[in-house]
Write a protein of this length. Structure first.
Length: 738
């Protein structure tokens, strides 16, 4: 959320109301005095008053280098804290060594009622005071080196915890020693937290601040990485900004938003608990990731409608490093995205799935895609950067293609973001292969890479789109997709302000036609509006002509309902709510599940072990004749089956697991015209099949036996009453079916 008004920023830098007194330099005496004054009233705590203030560079120049969006260019904190608080009108005496420019700041905008006030300091002794008071900090905007600054007098210590310097015991001692401190400061390598004493006491007093700050550093580092920034980069354009990211409590904020990002940093209001979320490790989450992400956005590919979208690439980077087992986006969010791209015509502006589009590029092209895209934009000459929204869209199509090494225009066409002829001409000049893989149907549940085909598309549970003739659009998780996302906390709901628009219907489109036989419906669990009490189930192969598969009524309660119907081949399955079939004139669903006819599971007997097996000559063979040759009946060869010799008995224990047994039986061709046998199948000691006497010239016979609830299967071959000479018998394709 961008609340910056640049004019206010400039104004804040000009308003300096305190008196700055410069006196002759006397560094030795001042430094000696400071070192003795550093002991607090508790001997275990030391108040630092001498500081080496490192050069961080100009905040505006750093923002321009990173190509950060207007309004966030200086969103990092320039403040280098001291842990000292200047009371209103209190004189603060500061000694500066050296002749480089440095600025003192009293106050923290958004945290205090008033704006922070800046005080340019000169070499030697400076005396400053603020009519407002506030935390004392320094800004060294030089590009290199450090400046020694000594706070000779003035300023009272506040709890100031520094990661890898202080312990939990130090923190609690500070909180105990300075109970009247108006503010507290916590600092890590990458983050600066400024909060009220009351909030710290309520939400972090009994925690060790170290894991909290380590968590900030970890997710900020992940945002550094996806931004393609590193201190080890040989190109200075891609090195990290040294300024800290501020997370600032705003105790007087009265807005309606959860949190916001401005040039003051990520602002966490007290009024809604955002302050507590930022301090308590168990509550930290998307809000902190998101606002820190705003301070990263690159302006040249963040056009108007993308301000609250591109920011969430950094939110996802943070989430993935802190919660690696959680998917970036939910099944419902991906299904909503698939539904959008599946439309024959669309306009990207109308999509509520813009973040899913961005993340599909990450999934398809890997972890280096967005770091490389950031780098590319930083390397473009400033005069060549796009400025209008239309220019940014076309540049994004072209530049993402450069990074992917594919012509991505088919992908963006699917998302309703077409390339202009000018962009197509530029693309043609790159001679990139055109993307054919349907990465627009990719998700973390089914990643599709640029070399894949449509056969890789799995949708969400086989569903590629979920559509309806009425859905509430003011709440994103009221769309049709959320009835098929396996999340009972999300719902589909018909339009709130248009009741009684019967018939309502919601339709699932599958990737491929399947045979369906049942639908279950779970009503929304929070209230009764929209509970479906009358229904029709309709199916279709083309999405145009629908046929009724079932109709009926359900009780008006919150239990799961079921509708079964004759197995039907379909690509579209629709739940329709006829006149008066939705409670209070609406239709809604927490979850709808559609079931395919169970496919039989076949187990070949040659792939499992028998309980016992005997043969009148030789041994029973798997997938071969008793002589070890390929199975052959009536001059047709087979790859699966059992080869045996009369008299034979093969026994399998079933344990009630199977529904049927099937095979093809006959005398193997390897014995020529001789040999005669009879096949029998015995189930639980009952003869259920007899083939009669069979010779080589008798056509093979089919065997199909029910096994439901049965425990033992015996396959018997007898000699046909004329002895066992050349009685080579085959159970071809002998199989158990569940």
């Amino acid at each position: 959320m961008n609340k910056l008004k640049k004019s206010l920023q400039i104004l804040s830098l000009l308003v300096v109301t305190a008196v700055v007194v410069v006196v002759p330099v006397s560094p030795i005496g001042a430094l000696a005095q400071t070192s003795e004054a550093g002991i607090t009233q508790q001997s275990t705590l030391v108040v630092q008053r001498n500081f080496e203030v490192n050069a961080l560079g100009d905040i505006w120049a750093e923002g321009a280098r990173e190509r950060r969006a207007a309004g966030y260019a200086d969103g990092r904190k320039i403040f280098q804290p001291t842990g000292l608080y200047a009371k209103a009108n209190e004189q603060i005496v500061i000694e500066v060594s050296g002749d480089k420019p440095i600025t003192a700041i009293i106050g923290t905008h958004r945290h205090d009622r008033e704006w922070a006030i800046r005080y340019p300091l000169q070499a030697g002794i400076n005396t400053i005071s603020s009519p407002n008071g506030g935390l004392l900090s320094f800004d060294n905007s030089n590009n290199e080196g450090s400046i020694n600054v000594n706070v000779v007098s003035g300023g009272s210590p506040v709890p100031y915890f520094v990661l890898d310097k202080n312990t939990k015991e130090d923190w609690q001692a500070m909180m105990s020693a300075y109970p009247n401190a108006p503010s507290v400061v916590l600092q890590s390598e990458k983050a600066l937290l400024v909060f009220t004493y009351a909030s710290a006491k309520d939400h972090i007093l009994n925690q060790d601040p170290a894991p909290v700050l380590q968590t900030y550093d970890k997710f900020i580092a992940a945002q550094d990485k996806i931004s393609g920034l590193s201190n080890s980069d040989s190109d200075p354009r891609h090195r990290l900004d040294k300024h800290l990211i501020g997370f600032i409590e705003s105790p007087t904020d009265t807005g309606s938003y959860y949190a916001m990002a401005t040039y003051d940093g990520a602002i966490m209001p007290t009024r809604n608990g955002a302050n507590a979320d930022a301090l308590d490790l168990t509550r930290m989450g998307w809000g902190q990731y998101h606002e820190a992400g705003h301070l990263r956005q690159q302006g040249p590919w963040t056009w108007g409608e993308m301000t609250e979208v591109t920011v969430n690439l950094y939110s996802l980077a943070a989430k993935k490093v802190l919660k690696p087992t959680e998917p970036a986006r939910s099944q419902g969010e991906y299904l909503a995205a698939f539904t959008f791209v599946d439309q024959p015509t669309k306009n990207f502006t109308d999509s509520n799935s813009k973040l899913e589009m961005l993340w599909q590029l990450h999934l398809a092209f890997g972890d280096t895609f967005y770091p490389e895209l950031h780098r590319l934009y930083r390397e473009i000459a400033k005069t060549d950067l796009p400025t209008t929204d239309d220019q940014k869209k076309q540049a994004f199509i072209l530049n993402t293609s450069k990074v992917a090494h594919y012509d991505l225009t088919p992908f963006f066409d699917k998302w309703g973001l077409p390339a202009t002829n000018e962009t197509k001409n530029k693309m043609n000049a790159l001679s990139l292969p055109v993307l054919t893989a349907p990465i627009w149907f990719g998700s973390e549940y089914n990643i599709i890479k640029p070399t894949d085909g449509m056969d890789k598309v799995k949708g969400i549970g086989g569903i590629i789109a979920a559509t309806t003739n009425s859905q509430e659009t003011s709440s994103s998780n009221n769309a049709a997709a959320y009835a098929f996302d396996e999340d009972t906390n999300s719902i589909w709901h018909s339009q709130w302000n248009k009741p009684n628009q019967y018939p309502y219907h919601i339709t699932a489109k599958y990737v491929n036609p399947s045979t369906f036989t049942k639908l279950t419906y779970l009503p929304r669990q929070t209230e009764e509006n929209g509970i479906i009490t009358k229904y029709r189930i309709l199916t279709s192969l083309d999405g145009v002509s629908f046929n009724e598969a079932a109709t009926g009524t359900w009780a008006k309660d919150k239990t799961e309902k079921t509708a079964t119907f004759t197995p039907t081949l379909a690509k579209y399955v629709r739940l329709e709510v006829p006149q008066g079939g939705g409670t209070n004139g609406f239709a809604s669903a927490s979850e709808i599940k559609i079931f395919e006819t169970p496919q039989p599971v076949t187990t070949y007997l040659s792939d499992i072990n028998w309980f016992s097996a005997t043969a009148g000559w030789g041994t029973v063979q798997k997938d071969r004749s008793v002589d070890g040759n390929t199975l052959k009946l009536n001059n047709i060869t087979y790859t699966k089956g059992l080869g045996t010799h009369a008299n034979s008995e093969i026994v399998y224990k079933l344990n009630g697991q199977y529904t049927s047994f099937a095979a093809l039986v006959g005398v193997d061709n390897e014995v020529g015209t001789v040999g005669s046998v009879e096949f029998q199948v015995v189930v639980d000691n009952q003869v259920v099949f007899t083939s009669g006497k069979m010779h080589n010239n008798i056509a093979p016979k089919e065997v199909n036996i029910s096994l439901t609830g049965k425990n033992e299967l015996k396959l018997i071959v007898t000699d046909g009453g004329d002895g066992i000479n050349s009685d080579h018998a085959d159970w071809v394709n002998a199989r158990l079916i569940k």
